[in-house]
Design a protein around this ligand. Structure first.
Ligand code: NAD
Length: 495
């Protein structure tokens, strides 16, 4: 731990915006003031961009679209650039993990072993696929022929969240760039350091100036300016459903720019009485709801359990929960760190209080006294006998809080699972093939797991239904998101 703390003290952290290939202060020199959630040290200084800064970024991105410097680059050349970027990110894994730990309070181990390697893998996967996909053509007619091709949208804005600063950003930034767009990223104000670092590495890897820009700042200011901009052609957002709805509105109020949204979730984890692997199910559930203090959009925050096995199952999850007591995020052995901010901690604690007041039964950790106290952390809890329409059952808490519901018939379980305005992910645990098939068919969720949860592979699309969003990240389908489809008709005379 001493080594990591010393490393942090030695880091030269870039906090300025990255516009047209240069790191620059915000025009009015304003900065964001904040403390690290991990140990409350002062980490102020990120540029707080405003409308004028966003205008300059849009202008330089537009210039690269007009010059076609980037869209005309051969796929093989773009591939080389992003494989270079992946190599550079790998070289800086430790630094990227430290920057994210410092800003978000999530433990270093998560970032170093999981999140940063995943982000690098995303860069590599998209880079490798860019010269391997095809567009379409109709069956040739006698005198006419038509092709259906994908081309860049133009200037693309990306707004990203703090809960995993690099992975969702890479899910968007890499396919958007590879398909020939020029990109402006507005990272969350809670987590801008690692994206700024990656922007510098991307320039080093060969991305031309102006093609990739980063405008850190407050969501309501810099984010709104980007989403409302008439010279931005597409806006892709990951964050809360509440802000996602505003993004749709901004598009309508400006130039009807193409919008993609990856928003929150309240995902259901159904366990049937016909499940023979209760211990494994409990372990997988705890891993997915308590990992990163529950700050994962697809976390299974609602456990819907057959009444016949509910008490036994809840006991098993309670045992697992004891393993997720928050520890010092800089301790390389800690598996759980802090939540992102005092504001987030207070928000989660308010939900816990509302659960208690709603009459749900609360189970706390036996060893909660061992929790790390110097940062903003929350000790996990489980609520049983939750009323289906209560606040804790319906709202995305985004914290280490599991709500448990009982059911008698599998159709009741499906109704309970679908009683949500979200539809990101879900799971059914059962040995009965009919149950597995019917539940996965009827769950209103973009990602369904059978006897599993949280599998992750870049080949597979990620995205939700209902208020969980519009469109997909990851996989070959992501290339559709960042392109416009064009039909070209051609006439040929008979020879
Ligand atoms: P948030 O919606 O508050 O902020 C997300 C981003 O939007 C930030 O960059 C923020 O600065 C910006 N923003 C805020 N107000 C804005 C406005 N008026 N105009 C433009 N931009 C604005 O969300 P958050 O608290 O940063 O992140 C947590 C949320 O993100 C959770 O709801 C979580 O489920 C969701 N999330 C979803 C996914 C997914 O892939 N579905 C992944 C990670 C996080």
């Amino acid at each position: 731990m001493k080594y990591l703390i010393e490393k942090i003290n030695d880091l030269k952290i870039e906090k300025r915006a990255f516009i047209n290939g240069r790191f620059v202060n915000a025009l009015d020199a304003e900065i964001i003031k904040k403390k690290s959630s991990a140990d409350q040290r002062d980490i102020s200084g990120i540029a707080s961009c405003k409308q004028e800064d966003v205008n300059i970024a849009v202008k330089s991105a537009r210039a690269t679209v007009q010059s076609r410097i980037w869209m005309n680059k051969e796929p093989q050349d773009k591939k080389k650039i992003f494989l270079n970027l992946a190599d550079l990110m790998k070289e800086y894994t430790e630094e990227l993990a430290l920057l994210d730990t410092l800003e978000t309070g999530r433990c270093y181990k998560n970032y170093f072993e999981d999140s940063i390697p995943k982000a690098i893998q995303v860069v590599r996967w998209f880079a490798e696929s860019v010269d391997k996909f095809y567009d379409h053509a109709i069956v040739p007619r006698k005198n006419t022929f038509a092709t259906i091709t994908r081309g860049p949208i133009g200037v693309v804005g990306l707004i990203t969240p703090w809960n995993d600063p690099l992975v969702p950003a890479m899910w968007k930034m890499i396919p958007a760039l590879l398909t020939g767009n020029s990109v402006i990223i507005k990272p969350a104000e809670q987590s801008s350091f690692s994206i700024l670092k990656v922007a510098g590495l991307a320039q080093q890897a060969g991305v031309p100036d102006g093609v990739l820009n980063v405008v850190p700042g407050i969501g309501e200011v810099a984010g709104k300016a980007l989403a409302l901009h008439n010279n931005v052609d597409g806006l892709f957002f990951t964050g809360s459903a509440q802000v996602g709805k505003k993004i749709l509105e901004y598009s309508g109020r400006s130039n009807m720019k193409k919008v993609g949204l990856e928003c929150g979730g309240k995902s259901a984890f159904i366990v049937s009485e016909k499940c023979s692997q209760l211990e494994r199910a409990a372990k997988v559930l705890a891993q997915n709801i308590f990992y990163n203090q529950g700050q994962i959009c697809s976390a299974p925050s609602r456990a819907i359990i057959a009444n016949k096995i509910k008490d036994k199952f809840v006991d098993l999850v309670r045992k697992e929960m004891e393993k997720y007591i928050p520890k010092n995020p800089f301790d390389p052995d800690s598996r759980v760190g802090c939540v992102v901010s005092l504001e987030q901690k207070e928000k989660i604690e308010k939900f816990i209080q509302s659960g208690i007041e709603s009459g749900a039964v609360i189970y706390r950790c036996k060893n909660e006294g061992d929790a790390y106290q110097e940062g903003y952390s929350v000790v996990p809890v489980i609520f049983d006998q939750v009323a289906p329409d209560s606040l804790i059952a319906q709202e995305e808490i985004f914290g280490p809080v599991l709500c448990v519901f009982g059911f008698d018939s599998i159709n009741d379980a499906i109704s309970l699972a679908n009683n949500s305005r979200y539809g990101l992910a879900g799971a059914i645990w059962t040995n009965d093939l009919n149950e597995a098939y019917q539940v996965s068919r009827l769950l209103e969720a973009g990602i369904v797991h059978v006897n599993s949860y949280g599998e992750d592979d870049n080949c597979v699309p990620f995205g939700g239904f209902k208020e969980s969003g519009i469109g997909k990240d990851k996989s070959i389908y992501a290339f559709d998101e960042y392109t416009n489809s064009k039909t070209t008709w051609m006439h040929f005379d008979t020879v």
